[in-house]
Design a protein around this ligand. Sequence first.
Ligand code: GDP
Ligand code: MN
Length: 396
Amino acid sequence: MNLHEYQGKELLSSFGVRIQRGIVAQSAKDAVDAAKQMTAETGTGWHVIKAQVHAGGRGKGGGVKLAKNLQEVEEIAGNIIGMDLVTPQTSAEGKRVHQVLIAEDVYYPGDNEPEEYYMSVLLNRGTGKNMIMYSTEGGMDIETVAEETPHLIFTEEIDPALGLLGFQARRVAFNLGLSGGAFKEMTKFVSALYTAYVKSDASLFEINPVLKTSDDKIMAVDAKVTLDDNALYRHKDLKELRDLREENPIEVEAGALGLNYVDLDGNVGCMVNGAGLAMATMDLIKQAGGEPANFLDVGGTADAARVEAAFKIILKDPAVKAILINIFGGIVRCDRVAQGVIDAYKNMGNISVPIIVRLQGTNADIAKELIDNSGLDVMSATEFQEAADKVQEVLG
Ligand code: GDP
Ligand code: MN
């Protein structure tokens, strides 16, 4: 589950991480009130208006703007709220902005130039340890830094039994070229950030930029937070931060039905049991000249009700030109699945796209007979290749 920037920052702040402060607003009028309140709290007259959507690169898309007075706050907030923000990380249609963060301007002039760093905390699956990735090259695409100047990205791996040790936090500050007050601030920042990551069961914290202000404060200006769904049951407060408006509506519906569904761009809908077989099936579709329209794992219990639910979900995608059902009957017998497909098909009345069914495992032969004798526009296949050929055939 992803959080909005403002939610991520509140979470960080609750663990003692210094943040660029702000107040979220749903309308231009609220934005002005928020700006007044920020001025009262921080003394700043300048504010940054930041679109709150689940996508990065907002600055590039015009979703982050500086306002130098209340009139500009109202104008800019009014323009950003309701817009479809297109960034390098959204689709071409963009993401509708429902709210903005009115943040204090923290790039104020002073003794030193403000500096932007990059920092993230995530799991290194290779070593099974959490790591802190950081770089002096903050503010811009970290992907570009990784590609063109990989030596400017540092990592610090953390032993889960020991936690982040003092010398590690100091090494981070040292590698970022800090000294004096900023060095101390950075060690505190990194420690608090790591604690927040562990205590909230996150799978990613990405702070880009981490800012060194002109008076040597270290703070989070942005916050991308992904929480581990499997641990949400023990964070009731965090669970409530979910914003369904930011998620794909078909995926939300599928999730509520207990189906593991991920929407993709292709034209062949897939219904599969087991994630591994689902991946293999997507490869098969590609080889047959199609593109998978979705990833869908119906799970172990592929009975008629689940098959029907899965059909309905797949057919909500108008790009689907064919459906490939590829199910291995281990615990669930193939003939039961076949009957499920037939029942679901009849219940739904009119399915306008060709369906190819491959059932393998227990009672596969009976299942094939059931499908072949059903009189429905459903093609059966036994072998993987045969299924691929039929997909190719129906796609023309
Ligand atoms: P992103 O584009 O979605 O990653 O959004 P960010 O929160 O990272 O903001 C984008 C950029 O806006 C930052 O890299 C900064 O350069 C700029 N920005 C953010 N906060 C301030 C601020 O307080 N003052 C000024 N002048 N610029 C800011
Ligand atoms: Mn950013």
